[in-house]
Design a protein around this ligand. Structure first.
Ligand SMILES: NC(=O)c1ccc[n+]([C@@H]2O[C@H](COP(=O)([O-])OP(=O)(O)OC[C@H]3O[C@@H](n4cnc5c(N)ncnc54)[C@H](OP(=O)(O)O)[C@@H]3O)[C@@H](O)[C@H]2O)c1
Length: 267
């Protein structure tokens, strides 16, 4: 499993992690993923999966990097602290590795939210601060309200079919060393199925490359994401076999020619 620097912190995280939105696979796929090196587990108070993550990390807490999120509805100062307490309880841990603001919400003063995030790091309940679904401008503003800690990551939609972040967000944050955590990296599974709204030309290119490198379509789609500097991907699977498959999307690299062919087909 390839590791990447989280932001500019020196803390290394695997380029393939384990997503848990809509997750109902129990502890086994998560534990297997960790065993195979995908020790970054992503959850959120809004997913109702923090409890299963808590069960999965029991006894192996120090081997896992746990990322969770405060809901965009809980961004008042006290709400953030209360939400973190709830997450710690469900995760059955005394620290969260990465605490992310799930969505920006202009109803709450961002300064207050960031003050609460800072307080959580000061108290040791949180190691690193991240955001999710933030524009470049929002991320810059959030950072301006924290004095002592960097915002290390922005979790955003990124896959072969959804490449909007390449316009400005990705290059800007690559330059400023903020990790991009690609969510929905398999486009919710649609990239792996030959269905209507993906043109047959795109699927043909994906299939041909997968056959050429003797990997599955899912593995090629994930490797394309993580071939970008600063990008890690967090596919979700309920299945043990597909979790193993997704972990094997790392440890090798698509060639520059393959990446160019995919970039062109999915432009
Ligand atoms: N921050 C945010 O706002 C936000 C939003 C969305 C998602 N996320 C995070 O990103 C994670 C991943 O995104 P996602 O769950 O939306 O979508 P995804 O990972 O792109 O796709 C998940 C779907 O793909 C299937 N799948 C997984 N591995 C597969 C494989 N190797 N071959 C074929 N099908 C496969 C899964 O089915 P099975 O489970 O049956 O394998 C599931 O239906 C989430 O779980 C969550 O942690 C964050």
């Amino acid at each position: 499993m390839e590791l990447k620097n989280l932001g500019n912190t020196g803390t290394m995280v695997p380029e393939i992690g384990l997503g848990t939105w809509n997750y109902s696979g129990g502890v086994e796929p998560l534990r297997k993923g960790v065993e195979l090196g995908a020790y970054f587990i992503d959850t959120a108070e809004g997913y109702y999966t923090e409890d299963v993550v808590g069960k999965a990390i029991k006894g192996i807490r120090d081997m896992v990097f746990v990322a969770t999120k405060v809901s965009g509805r809980h961004l008042g100062y006290d709400d953030v602290l209360r939400a973190a307490e709830g997450s710690l309880r469900l995760l059955n841990t005394d620290y969260i590795d990465l605490y992310q603001i799930h969505w920006p919400n202009s109803r709450f003063p961002l300064k207050e939210t960031m003050r609460a995030m800072e307080k959580l790091v000061d108290s040791g309940a949180v190691r690193y601060i991240g955001v999710s679904n933030f524009s470049t401008e929002e991320l810059r503003e959030a950072q301006s309200f924290i004095k002592n800690y960097p915002i290390v990551s922005n979790q955003v939609l990124y896959n072969l079919n959804n490449r909007e972040i390449e316009r400005d967000l990705l290059p800007y944050w690559q330059k400023h060393k903020v990790t991009i955590i690609a969510y929905t990296p398999l486009d919710n599974g649609s990239l792996t199925k030959n269905i209507g709204f993906i043109s047959s030309h795109k699927m043909k290119v994906l299939e041909q490359i997968a056959n050429g490198v003797q990997k599955t379509i899912a593995q090629v789609a994930l490797n394309w994401c993580t071939s970008r500097p600063n990008v890690i991907a967090i596919p979700k699977s309920n299945s043990l076999a597909r979790t193993i498959e997704n972990c094997d999307a790392s440890g090798w690299r698509l060639s520059q020619d393959h990446i160019r062919l995919l970039d062109e087909a999915f432009s």
